[in-house]
Design a protein around this ligand. Structure first.
Ligand code: AMP
Ligand code: ZN
Length: 441
């Protein structure tokens, strides 16, 4: 791209609203035409009585049913491809387990378009060739690793592909190679502050950090400020989901008044999760995205379950791509611990498979130190509760290990007396979120 100092992609970033809508419609029609060539979508359109050739406005897409994680789960994921299998060069999946994960395929052109989108985001926040970018996100199936990696290289920054964890080494790398920008899960950024203190260093004075990208999990404005102040950086909210590409779907500009959705690439709708009707402009609802610039596996009206709203008015930065507010929560029961998506049903499935587990359980999320902690309280079967301690310890270790394998996060397991957990007549409160970010603003 021919960056102009302010914009990585001046053509797309300075388009006015009207031009953007026209481009969206053109790309939407192209996407629908591509979909119509695939057996899955042909059937999908037929069942909905939808004629992809009869789309003349962006609103016409509302005649299509929504897709969601359930649509994608199960069966052969290649059925969603709109290109021959050989055109696929990469797969990713949503963070979470193999059981629940959804698989997303990319062609070379998709990887290219995605790289450009994330480069656009990073450049907008101020990353340049002279920067040293340390990516502290997990590399692998999770999109936060490679997505940012390619983009930073594209800009010409030097990338340190540190990956997640290994905190003391992260700090060492920052100091040895003068890292100026990082990509980090917000809860991990907080935790790392403690490690800085342990090794007697202050990120403000003892590093060259100036930019932090915060993504992959919900966080509050006050958490952002805390990170900005304690690290001495500008922190930018980065939103994305693997189903749309990964990071690069919506991103904060320096005005930090919401995240610009890159509308040349995604069509965003905000719907009431109950009625599935569009909310009034500016109202809160669930984000629904349609990919407009994906070749391998475009998704139409994909329900994210993420709750947000369109920020009204114009952004001082001049970009007319509409903005969404910070993610306020989820319309399903998924929760995110240390950047990993978890559903209560996964915990339940594990518990049901372990002999000695009683009839009730509860998941409690806390902030301990600065880190998320997931505790699982499990009622034990009556006979075991009154039995040997050794047996109980064995049961506890077994549950912990099986949960770790299923949800990829190591929970603390506490065995409790049968009948001691709240069991009302209504819907059980399976997840108690007592974390700081859940209680703040
Ligand atoms: P994945 O597909 O595994 O990358 O997970 C995507 C999900 O992570 C989104 O649907 C959101 O629930 C969550 N997520 C990603 N980025 C953010 C963010 N900046 N703020 C809040 N939630 C986020
Ligand atoms: Zn802006």
């Amino acid at each position: 791209m021919a960056a102009d100092g302010m914009h990585w992609d001046p053509v797309m970033e300075t388009m006015d609203g009207e031009e953007l809508r026209a481009l969206q419609l053109k790309r939407l029609r192209g996407t629908l035409e591509r979909c119509a060539g695939s057996p899955f979508y042909r059937e999908w359109f037929k069942e909905a009585g939808f004629d992809p050739a009869a789309v003349f406005s962006l609103e016409d897409i509302r005649r299509l049913p929504f897709m969601d994680k359930d649509t994608l789960r199960g069966g052969d994921p290649t059925r969603f491809l709109t290109v021959p299998k050989d055109d696929v060069v990469r797969m990713h999946s949503s963070s979470g387990t193999t059981g629940q994960a959804t698989v997303i395929f990319h062609t070379a052109r998709d990887v290219e378009a995605w790289t450009e989108l994330v480069a656009r985001c990073m450049y907008m926040a101020g990353v340049r060739r002279s920067d040293v970018f340390q990516n502290m996100m997990g590399y692998g199936l999770f999109t936060g690793g490679l997505g940012f990696h390619y983009a930073a290289e594209r800009i010409g920054a030097m990338v340190i592909p540190a990956g997640s964890g290994n905190s003391r080494r992260q700090i060492q790398l920052m100091r040895d190679f003068h890292t100026t920008a990082v990509h980090v899960i917000p809860s991990y950024a907080l935790y790392l502050l403690e490690v800085f203190a342990d090794v007697g260093l202050d990120p403000r004075g003892d590093t060259d950090l100036r930019i932090a990208f915060l993504g992959a999990e919900p966080h509050t404005e006050s958490l952002r400020r805390r990170i900005e102040e304690s690290y001495g950086v500008g922190a930018f909210n980065s939103y994305g989901l693997s189903e749309m590409c990964g990071p690069g779907v919506a991103f904060e500009c320096p005005a930090k008044l919401g995240m610009h959705v890159w509308e040349d690439s995604f069509l965003v709708e905000v719907v009431d999760p109950g009625t599935l009707e569009p909310v009034a402009e500016g109202g809160e609802g669930e984000l629904v995205f349609t990919s407009l610039n994906r070749e391998g596996m475009p998704l139409l009206r994909y329900r994210t379950r993420d709750l947000s709203s369109i920020v009204e008015g114009t952004c001082p930065c001049g970009r007319e791509h509409r903005r969404i507010s910070r993610i306020k929560g989820r319309s399903d029961d998924m929760f995110i611990v240390k950047g990993v998506n978890i559903f209560p049903m996964q915990v339940e499935k594990v518990l049901l498979g372990v002999l000695g587990v009683g009839s009730n359980y509860q998941i409690v999320l806390d902030t301990v130190g600065a880190m998320d902690e997931m505790r699982v309280l499990v009622e034990v079967a009556g006979e075991l509760w009154h039995g040997e301690v050794r047996e109980l310890n064995r049961l506890r270790s077994r549950i912990m290990e099986e949960l770790r394998q299923e949800v990829l996060v190591t929970p603390r397991v506490e065995l409790v007396e049968p009948g001691s957990l709240p069991a009302g007549e209504g819907k059980a409160v399976r997840v108690l979120d007592e974390r700081e970010h859940a209680r703040e603003d």
